[in-house]
Ligand binder design. Sequence first.
Ligand SMILES: Nc1ncnc2c1ncn2[C@@H]1O[C@H](COP(=O)(O)OP(=O)(O)O)[C@@H](O)[C@H]1O
Ligand SMILES: [Mg+2]
Length: 376
Amino acid sequence: MSAPTRIGILFGGPSAEHEVSCASALGVARALAGGGYRTVAIGVTRTGGFRLMPDAVLAELRDRPATERAIDDRLTVTGPAVELRSGPRPGTVQVSAVNAPGAVHAELDVVFPVLHGPFGEDGVVQGLLESLNVPYVGCGILASAVGMNKVAMKRALRADGIPITPHVAFEAHTYRATEDPEKLVLGLRRPLFVKPASMGSSIGISRVAEGDDLAAAIEEALRHDQLVMVEQGVTGRELECAVLGGWRPEASAVGEVRVAGGWFDYQQKYFGDADPMIVPAVLPDEVTERVRELSLRAFAAIGGWGLARVDFLYDKTTGELYVNELNTMPGFTAHSMYPKVWAAAGVGYREVVDRLVELARTRHASRPVTATGSDR
Ligand SMILES: Nc1ncnc2c1ncn2[C@@H]1O[C@H](COP(=O)(O)OP(=O)(O)O)[C@@H](O)[C@H]1O
Ligand SMILES: [Mg+2]
């Protein structure tokens, strides 16, 4: 029997989505352990340091019964400070003690960055892993970066003729130099959605209806990013579809998130009492098919690899579908939409994770050999 594949799970991270990542990572750790992989959990602190979770702590967290709310069920960043270095065999990395590279704690064949938001989902970690020449799960640098930045993402979607909502984007200095913020959003109908360009989990987003304070919403978005996007709101339903694959990706069943109060805010995403997800969404067949087709086109538009969840706004009155965004590392807890819509399509959580690991290796094997990092 060949030795089990050794997978390093990266989780936590400096973004505001730290806790969500810790919860997603526990789901992935459970699936990998159940699938016969050897797993090593590497927590990323809020300042970007790496910590190796001791095996016993990982085993304890992994084996405890699931809690009711996904967000309470999570790994924690704990353990000695470590760094990743190229391993002796090309395509592997070593987890070694900081300042004592001889002290190797573990060796990895594949890295699974279960990180959401800036740093982990925007190409930064992907760049590190590329430079270490190790296979890793999910999108590469470019697709991650484009997927994280809502302005770049909408440009990529528009260039490929994918329907998106009317919007404007501006930088902090433009806003500060403008007397009346209304001038920046001319032509957009309320309600507006004001968003930091690079964030997730609805953090920093405000819905601005008639009579609401636009300037306050922009200030809030600016706390998270210097680049702000303002979109015209769509009143209707929110649909989500998962994409999985490499050269010939596939689209899952379609799910719906039932949202209260006009939009899906952070509180509802992670602390809501009722499960807001309806899987599969109840839709005419042709709408389901169009969502699936647009999901694959959106994935191709950003150059995706491995996985992404594509989120839609479905206008109640006009029947128009808009791609709202792609998430290149979507929530991955057992209660998350990504695994749920795959389960509805007959692909279980463990199979999804298996395929992602395989896709990481395919991508690594097919990329042109440049710097291997092996002489570091
Ligand atoms: N143009 C829009 N029309 C209606 N609702 C929107 C619009 N943009 C965002 N929303 C609401 O805000 C939520 C979060 O926005 P989204 O762009 O998905 O950011 P995030 O990356 O933080 O998830 C959406 O799930 C939806 O409820
Ligand atoms: Mg979203």
